[in-house]
Design a binder for this molecule. Structure first.
Ligand SMILES: [Zn+2]
Length: 397
Protein backbone atom coordinates (compact mmCIF):
# COMPACT_ATOMS: atom_id res chain seq x y z
CA UNK A 1 0.00 0.00 0.00
CA UNK A 2 1.26 3.51 -0.76
CA UNK A 3 2.76 5.42 2.10
CA UNK A 4 0.60 8.49 1.41
CA UNK A 5 -2.56 6.42 1.60
CA UNK A 6 -1.52 4.91 4.93
CA UNK A 7 -0.59 8.34 6.31
CA UNK A 8 -4.01 9.68 5.34
CA UNK A 9 -5.69 6.75 7.04
CA UNK A 10 -3.54 7.25 10.10
CA UNK A 11 -4.59 10.90 10.37
CA UNK A 12 -8.26 9.94 10.00
CA UNK A 13 -7.89 7.32 12.66
CA UNK A 14 -6.43 9.83 15.07
CA UNK A 15 -9.30 12.31 14.69
CA UNK A 16 -11.16 10.80 17.59
CA UNK A 17 -9.53 11.24 20.96
CA UNK A 18 -8.70 7.76 22.05
CA UNK A 19 -6.04 6.34 24.31
CA UNK A 20 -2.84 5.69 22.47
CA UNK A 21 -2.34 2.05 21.61
CA UNK A 22 0.39 0.32 19.73
CA UNK A 23 -1.37 -2.67 18.25
CA UNK A 24 1.87 -4.32 17.06
CA UNK A 25 3.45 -4.20 20.52
CA UNK A 26 0.22 -5.37 22.15
CA UNK A 27 0.06 -8.21 19.68
CA UNK A 28 3.58 -9.34 20.48
CA UNK A 29 2.99 -9.16 24.26
CA UNK A 30 -0.15 -11.20 23.82
CA UNK A 31 1.34 -13.81 21.50
CA UNK A 32 4.40 -14.33 23.70
CA UNK A 33 2.29 -14.64 26.86
CA UNK A 34 -0.20 -16.94 25.13
CA UNK A 35 2.66 -19.25 24.15
CA UNK A 36 3.87 -19.36 27.76
CA UNK A 37 0.35 -19.99 29.07
CA UNK A 38 -0.15 -22.76 26.55
CA UNK A 39 2.71 -24.71 28.05
CA UNK A 40 5.93 -23.17 26.71
CA UNK A 41 6.86 -21.99 30.19
CA UNK A 42 8.88 -24.30 32.39
CA UNK A 43 7.41 -24.56 35.84
CA UNK A 44 10.32 -25.39 38.14
CA UNK A 45 9.27 -26.75 41.51
CA UNK A 46 11.07 -24.30 43.85
CA UNK A 47 12.32 -26.77 46.53
CA UNK A 48 14.04 -28.85 43.83
CA UNK A 49 15.52 -25.85 42.06
CA UNK A 50 16.64 -23.26 44.62
CA UNK A 51 18.74 -21.59 41.91
CA UNK A 52 15.60 -20.59 40.01
CA UNK A 53 14.22 -17.55 41.76
CA UNK A 54 11.43 -16.64 39.34
CA UNK A 55 9.34 -18.50 36.81
CA UNK A 56 10.90 -17.00 33.73
CA UNK A 57 12.18 -19.98 31.76
CA UNK A 58 10.89 -21.29 28.50
CA UNK A 59 10.71 -24.77 27.16
CA UNK A 60 12.45 -24.33 23.77
CA UNK A 61 10.55 -27.10 21.97
CA UNK A 62 7.19 -25.80 23.19
CA UNK A 63 8.05 -22.20 22.37
CA UNK A 64 9.28 -23.04 18.89
CA UNK A 65 6.22 -25.12 18.16
CA UNK A 66 4.05 -22.07 18.79
CA UNK A 67 6.13 -19.06 17.69
CA UNK A 68 8.82 -20.85 15.71
CA UNK A 69 8.57 -18.64 12.64
CA UNK A 70 9.56 -15.59 14.70
CA UNK A 71 12.40 -17.43 16.44
CA UNK A 72 13.65 -18.64 13.07
CA UNK A 73 13.31 -15.40 11.09
CA UNK A 74 14.86 -13.26 13.83
CA UNK A 75 17.74 -15.70 14.16
CA UNK A 76 17.15 -15.93 17.90
CA UNK A 77 19.27 -18.56 19.64
CA UNK A 78 17.15 -19.61 22.60
CA UNK A 79 19.86 -21.46 24.49
CA UNK A 80 22.32 -18.60 24.04
CA UNK A 81 19.78 -16.36 25.74
CA UNK A 82 19.75 -18.76 28.67
CA UNK A 83 16.17 -19.86 27.90
CA UNK A 84 14.96 -16.78 29.74
CA UNK A 85 11.44 -15.82 28.70
CA UNK A 86 11.84 -12.07 29.19
CA UNK A 87 15.16 -11.93 27.31
CA UNK A 88 13.75 -13.92 24.41
CA UNK A 89 10.70 -11.69 24.26
CA UNK A 90 12.84 -8.53 24.18
CA UNK A 91 15.22 -9.96 21.60
CA UNK A 92 12.50 -10.90 19.14
CA UNK A 93 10.81 -7.53 19.64
CA UNK A 94 14.08 -5.72 18.84
CA UNK A 95 14.30 -7.65 15.57
CA UNK A 96 10.68 -6.83 14.67
CA UNK A 97 11.23 -3.12 15.31
CA UNK A 98 14.51 -2.91 13.46
CA UNK A 99 13.38 -4.91 10.44
CA UNK A 100 10.08 -3.07 10.19
CA UNK A 101 11.84 0.30 10.27
CA UNK A 102 13.94 -0.89 7.33
CA UNK A 103 11.56 -2.99 5.20
CA UNK A 104 8.08 -1.82 6.16
CA UNK A 105 8.43 1.76 7.32
CA UNK A 106 4.97 2.89 6.20
CA UNK A 107 3.18 -0.08 7.68
CA UNK A 108 5.13 0.30 10.91
CA UNK A 109 4.18 3.96 11.21
CA UNK A 110 0.56 3.25 10.44
CA UNK A 111 0.12 0.16 12.62
CA UNK A 112 1.89 1.52 15.65
CA UNK A 113 -0.07 4.76 15.53
CA UNK A 114 -3.57 3.76 14.45
CA UNK A 115 -6.06 4.04 17.28
CA UNK A 116 -9.29 2.63 15.97
CA UNK A 117 -9.73 -1.03 15.31
CA UNK A 118 -12.05 -0.27 12.40
CA UNK A 119 -9.35 1.76 10.61
CA UNK A 120 -6.93 -1.10 11.03
CA UNK A 121 -9.40 -3.62 9.60
CA UNK A 122 -10.11 -1.40 6.60
CA UNK A 123 -6.43 -0.97 5.81
CA UNK A 124 -5.86 -4.68 6.26
CA UNK A 125 -8.54 -5.58 3.72
CA UNK A 126 -6.74 -3.41 1.18
CA UNK A 127 -3.43 -5.08 1.98
CA UNK A 128 -5.04 -8.48 1.38
CA UNK A 129 -6.45 -7.42 -1.98
CA UNK A 130 -3.14 -5.92 -3.04
CA UNK A 131 -0.99 -8.84 -1.98
CA UNK A 132 -3.36 -11.59 -3.13
CA UNK A 133 -1.89 -13.88 -0.51
CA UNK A 134 -1.56 -17.38 -1.86
CA UNK A 135 -3.29 -20.02 0.24
CA UNK A 136 -4.82 -17.40 2.50
CA UNK A 137 -7.98 -18.40 4.37
CA UNK A 138 -11.02 -16.24 3.67
CA UNK A 139 -10.74 -13.11 5.76
CA UNK A 140 -13.32 -13.42 8.52
CA UNK A 141 -15.51 -10.83 10.21
CA UNK A 142 -15.81 -12.67 13.51
CA UNK A 143 -13.15 -11.06 15.77
CA UNK A 144 -12.10 -14.41 17.21
CA UNK A 145 -11.23 -15.59 13.73
CA UNK A 146 -9.51 -12.29 12.98
CA UNK A 147 -6.99 -12.94 15.76
CA UNK A 148 -6.51 -16.46 14.44
CA UNK A 149 -5.96 -15.02 10.97
CA UNK A 150 -3.22 -12.81 12.41
CA UNK A 151 -1.56 -15.90 13.80
CA UNK A 152 -1.77 -17.58 10.39
CA UNK A 153 0.05 -14.60 8.83
CA UNK A 154 2.88 -14.93 11.36
CA UNK A 155 3.12 -18.68 11.44
CA UNK A 156 2.54 -19.69 7.80
CA UNK A 157 2.59 -16.68 5.55
CA UNK A 158 5.76 -15.01 6.90
CA UNK A 159 7.87 -18.04 6.01
CA UNK A 160 6.84 -17.78 2.33
CA UNK A 161 7.02 -14.02 1.94
CA UNK A 162 10.05 -12.32 0.41
CA UNK A 163 9.51 -9.57 2.97
CA UNK A 164 8.43 -11.66 5.97
CA UNK A 165 8.16 -8.58 8.18
CA UNK A 166 5.03 -7.43 6.30
CA UNK A 167 2.78 -10.34 7.28
CA UNK A 168 4.38 -10.26 10.73
CA UNK A 169 3.51 -6.65 11.54
CA UNK A 170 0.00 -7.08 10.15
CA UNK A 171 -0.44 -10.34 12.02
CA UNK A 172 0.74 -8.90 15.33
CA UNK A 173 -1.47 -5.85 14.85
CA UNK A 174 -4.55 -8.02 14.19
CA UNK A 175 -3.87 -10.00 17.35
CA UNK A 176 -3.14 -6.83 19.30
CA UNK A 177 -6.36 -5.20 18.18
CA UNK A 178 -8.45 -8.12 19.37
CA UNK A 179 -6.65 -9.98 22.16
CA UNK A 180 -7.58 -7.80 25.15
CA UNK A 181 -11.21 -8.48 24.61
CA UNK A 182 -10.70 -12.19 24.70
CA UNK A 183 -8.84 -12.19 27.93
CA UNK A 184 -11.85 -10.45 29.39
CA UNK A 185 -14.36 -12.92 28.04
CA UNK A 186 -16.45 -14.49 30.79
CA UNK A 187 -19.58 -16.48 31.41
CA UNK A 188 -23.19 -15.37 31.50
CA UNK A 189 -24.50 -14.88 35.04
CA UNK A 190 -27.61 -16.87 34.14
CA UNK A 191 -26.99 -19.54 31.58
CA UNK A 192 -24.29 -21.85 30.22
CA UNK A 193 -23.10 -19.44 27.51
CA UNK A 194 -20.00 -17.30 27.41
CA UNK A 195 -20.49 -13.57 27.63
CA UNK A 196 -19.21 -10.87 25.34
CA UNK A 197 -15.94 -9.32 26.64
CA UNK A 198 -16.56 -7.30 29.78
CA UNK A 199 -20.28 -8.12 29.85
CA UNK A 200 -22.15 -9.80 32.70
CA UNK A 201 -24.54 -11.66 30.47
CA UNK A 202 -24.54 -13.47 27.16
CA UNK A 203 -26.14 -11.81 24.13
CA UNK A 204 -29.44 -13.59 24.88
CA UNK A 205 -29.72 -12.24 28.39
CA UNK A 206 -28.03 -8.88 28.00
CA UNK A 207 -30.13 -5.75 27.90
CA UNK A 208 -27.31 -3.52 26.77
CA UNK A 209 -26.87 -2.25 23.24
CA UNK A 210 -30.45 -2.86 22.14
CA UNK A 211 -32.59 -0.21 20.56
CA UNK A 212 -35.91 1.07 21.88
CA UNK A 213 -37.95 -1.32 19.78
CA UNK A 214 -36.11 -4.41 20.97
CA UNK A 215 -35.82 -3.36 24.59
CA UNK A 216 -38.99 -5.02 25.79
CA UNK A 217 -38.05 -8.24 23.99
CA UNK A 218 -34.62 -8.11 25.62
CA UNK A 219 -36.25 -7.56 28.99
CA UNK A 220 -38.53 -10.56 28.53
CA UNK A 221 -35.53 -12.71 27.64
CA UNK A 222 -33.73 -11.41 30.69
CA UNK A 223 -36.63 -12.22 32.98
CA UNK A 224 -37.06 -15.64 31.44
CA UNK A 225 -33.33 -16.29 31.93
CA UNK A 226 -33.56 -15.25 35.57
CA UNK A 227 -36.51 -17.55 36.15
CA UNK A 228 -34.75 -20.45 34.41
CA UNK A 229 -31.68 -19.83 36.57
CA UNK A 230 -33.81 -19.97 39.71
CA UNK A 231 -35.35 -23.22 38.53
CA UNK A 232 -31.87 -24.64 37.92
CA UNK A 233 -30.76 -23.70 41.44
CA UNK A 234 -33.97 -25.09 42.92
CA UNK A 235 -33.40 -28.43 41.25
CA UNK A 236 -29.71 -28.67 41.98
CA UNK A 237 -28.74 -28.54 38.31
CA UNK A 238 -26.01 -25.95 38.90
CA UNK A 239 -23.11 -28.35 38.72
CA UNK A 240 -24.28 -29.67 35.38
CA UNK A 241 -24.94 -26.23 33.92
CA UNK A 242 -22.12 -24.08 35.20
CA UNK A 243 -18.45 -24.98 35.47
CA UNK A 244 -16.95 -24.52 38.93
CA UNK A 245 -15.36 -21.18 39.77
CA UNK A 246 -11.91 -22.68 39.30
CA UNK A 247 -12.69 -24.19 35.93
CA UNK A 248 -14.10 -20.84 34.85
CA UNK A 249 -10.99 -19.02 35.94
CA UNK A 250 -8.76 -21.44 34.05
CA UNK A 251 -10.92 -21.17 30.96
CA UNK A 252 -10.76 -17.39 31.12
CA UNK A 253 -7.00 -17.31 31.59
CA UNK A 254 -6.45 -19.66 28.71
CA UNK A 255 -8.72 -17.78 26.37
CA UNK A 256 -6.09 -16.37 24.03
CA UNK A 257 -4.12 -19.60 23.60
CA UNK A 258 -7.43 -21.28 22.80
CA UNK A 259 -8.04 -18.71 20.12
CA UNK A 260 -4.58 -18.84 18.59
CA UNK A 261 -3.43 -22.40 19.02
CA UNK A 262 -6.70 -24.22 18.67
CA UNK A 263 -6.38 -27.88 18.08
CA UNK A 264 -8.12 -28.30 14.82
CA UNK A 265 -9.35 -31.85 14.68
CA UNK A 266 -8.02 -33.53 11.57
CA UNK A 267 -7.35 -37.23 12.00
CA UNK A 268 -9.82 -37.41 14.84
CA UNK A 269 -12.54 -35.56 13.04
CA UNK A 270 -14.70 -38.68 12.89
CA UNK A 271 -14.49 -39.20 16.64
CA UNK A 272 -15.27 -35.56 17.24
CA UNK A 273 -18.19 -35.71 14.88
CA UNK A 274 -19.51 -38.84 16.57
CA UNK A 275 -19.39 -37.14 19.97
CA UNK A 276 -21.37 -34.20 18.63
CA UNK A 277 -23.91 -36.46 16.95
CA UNK A 278 -24.38 -38.46 20.15
CA UNK A 279 -24.87 -35.33 22.20
CA UNK A 280 -27.38 -33.99 19.66
CA UNK A 281 -29.29 -37.27 19.54
CA UNK A 282 -30.03 -36.82 23.25
CA UNK A 283 -30.87 -33.13 22.91
CA UNK A 284 -34.17 -32.44 21.13
CA UNK A 285 -34.32 -28.79 22.23
CA UNK A 286 -30.89 -28.08 20.78
CA UNK A 287 -31.72 -29.85 17.51
CA UNK A 288 -34.84 -27.71 17.25
CA UNK A 289 -32.79 -24.55 17.86
CA UNK A 290 -30.48 -25.66 15.03
CA UNK A 291 -33.41 -25.83 12.63
CA UNK A 292 -34.43 -29.48 12.98
CA UNK A 293 -32.87 -32.90 12.35
CA UNK A 294 -31.46 -31.88 8.95
CA UNK A 295 -28.60 -30.25 10.90
CA UNK A 296 -27.32 -33.79 11.46
CA UNK A 297 -26.62 -34.10 7.74
CA UNK A 298 -24.15 -31.22 7.83
CA UNK A 299 -20.40 -31.79 7.59
CA UNK A 300 -18.46 -31.30 10.83
CA UNK A 301 -17.22 -27.76 10.18
CA UNK A 302 -20.65 -26.50 9.12
CA UNK A 303 -22.27 -28.10 12.12
CA UNK A 304 -19.79 -26.32 14.40
CA UNK A 305 -20.47 -22.99 12.69
CA UNK A 306 -24.20 -23.52 13.13
CA UNK A 307 -23.72 -24.35 16.81
CA UNK A 308 -21.72 -21.16 17.26
CA UNK A 309 -24.29 -19.07 15.41
CA UNK A 310 -27.35 -20.43 17.22
CA UNK A 311 -26.15 -21.65 20.62
CA UNK A 312 -23.04 -19.79 21.78
CA UNK A 313 -21.09 -17.42 19.48
CA UNK A 314 -18.26 -16.97 21.98
CA UNK A 315 -17.41 -20.64 22.41
CA UNK A 316 -14.57 -21.25 20.00
CA UNK A 317 -13.00 -24.20 21.76
CA UNK A 318 -14.16 -27.09 19.57
CA UNK A 319 -13.58 -29.86 22.06
CA UNK A 320 -16.04 -28.56 24.65
CA UNK A 321 -19.04 -28.63 22.33
CA UNK A 322 -20.40 -32.10 23.16
CA UNK A 323 -20.50 -31.07 26.84
CA UNK A 324 -21.94 -27.72 25.89
CA UNK A 325 -24.78 -29.36 23.98
CA UNK A 326 -25.87 -31.25 27.11
CA UNK A 327 -25.78 -28.01 29.07
CA UNK A 328 -27.76 -26.23 26.37
CA UNK A 329 -30.37 -28.99 26.43
CA UNK A 330 -30.92 -28.61 30.18
CA UNK A 331 -31.04 -24.85 29.85
CA UNK A 332 -33.43 -24.68 26.90
CA UNK A 333 -35.77 -27.03 28.77
CA UNK A 334 -35.70 -24.76 31.81
CA UNK A 335 -36.36 -21.69 29.70
CA UNK A 336 -39.30 -23.39 28.08
CA UNK A 337 -40.78 -23.99 31.52
CA UNK A 338 -40.04 -20.39 32.42
CA UNK A 339 -42.10 -19.10 29.48
CA UNK A 340 -44.99 -16.99 30.75
CA UNK A 341 -48.17 -19.06 30.75
CA UNK A 342 -46.29 -22.23 30.01
CA UNK A 343 -44.79 -22.78 33.40
CA UNK A 344 -45.09 -26.39 34.40
CA UNK A 345 -45.40 -25.45 38.03
CA UNK A 346 -48.06 -22.85 37.39
CA UNK A 347 -50.27 -25.19 35.42
CA UNK A 348 -49.91 -27.91 38.00
CA UNK A 349 -50.77 -25.58 40.87
CA UNK A 350 -53.90 -24.32 39.12
CA UNK A 351 -54.97 -27.91 38.54
CA UNK A 352 -54.40 -28.79 42.20
CA UNK A 353 -56.30 -25.75 43.44
CA UNK A 354 -59.23 -26.68 41.22
CA UNK A 355 -59.27 -30.18 42.65
CA UNK A 356 -58.90 -28.84 46.17
CA UNK A 357 -61.92 -26.61 45.62
CA UNK A 358 -63.94 -29.56 44.40
CA UNK A 359 -62.92 -31.57 47.45
CA UNK A 360 -63.80 -28.68 49.70
CA UNK A 361 -67.22 -28.57 48.04
CA UNK A 362 -67.60 -32.21 49.02
CA UNK A 363 -66.94 -31.14 52.63
CA UNK A 364 -63.46 -32.62 53.02
CA UNK A 365 -61.19 -31.21 55.73
CA UNK A 366 -57.93 -29.38 55.03
CA UNK A 367 -55.68 -32.21 56.19
CA UNK A 368 -57.64 -34.73 54.09
CA UNK A 369 -57.22 -32.53 51.03
CA UNK A 370 -53.53 -32.16 51.76
CA UNK A 371 -52.95 -35.91 52.04
CA UNK A 372 -55.02 -36.69 49.00
CA UNK A 373 -53.24 -34.14 46.77
CA UNK A 374 -49.80 -34.81 48.16
CA UNK A 375 -49.20 -31.26 49.38
CA UNK A 376 -48.50 -29.84 52.83
CA UNK A 377 -51.42 -28.84 55.01
CA UNK A 378 -49.94 -25.35 55.25
CA UNK A 379 -50.19 -25.12 51.46
CA UNK A 380 -53.92 -25.83 51.60
CA UNK A 381 -54.28 -23.15 54.28
CA UNK A 382 -52.40 -20.74 52.02
CA UNK A 383 -54.78 -21.48 49.14
CA UNK A 384 -57.66 -20.75 51.46
CA UNK A 385 -56.39 -17.24 51.91
CA UNK A 386 -55.24 -16.68 48.37
CA UNK A 387 -58.04 -18.01 46.19
CA UNK A 388 -61.37 -16.28 46.74
CA UNK A 389 -63.35 -19.09 45.12
CA UNK A 390 -61.94 -21.47 47.74
CA UNK A 391 -63.16 -19.23 50.51
CA UNK A 392 -66.61 -18.91 48.99
CA UNK A 393 -66.93 -22.70 48.92
CA UNK A 394 -65.69 -22.95 52.49
CA UNK A 395 -67.95 -20.16 53.62
CA UNK A 396 -71.01 -22.23 52.84
CA UNK A 397 -69.94 -25.03 55.13
ZN1 LIG B 1 -27.12 -16.16 29.22
Amino acid sequence: MHGAELSRRLENSKCKLLARRNFIAEGWNALHQAALDAGAEVDYYPPDHPEVDIRDYIDPAGYEALVGSLVQLSGTDLSKLGLRASTTKASIWRWVRKTAAKDAANEWKFLSGVRRRASLMGAFSDYLIEERLAGAPKFPTNPVLVARYGYWLIRERALQDEKPILPIVWGLALIGATWQDYLRIGYCKFCFRRSRPGAMFCDWHSQGGVNEKNRSIAYLRYRRGRRARDLAVERGLGEKLWPSAMARQMAEKLALPDVLFQMKPTSHVNDEYLMLAMALAASPHVVEALGGPTCLDLPYDDLLSLLMARIDPYEWEYTVWPQKIYQAEIWLGLEEEALPGKRGKGIRTQELVKRAINMAKEGRKNHEIAVSLGVAQSTVSRWLKRYPEFNMVRGRH
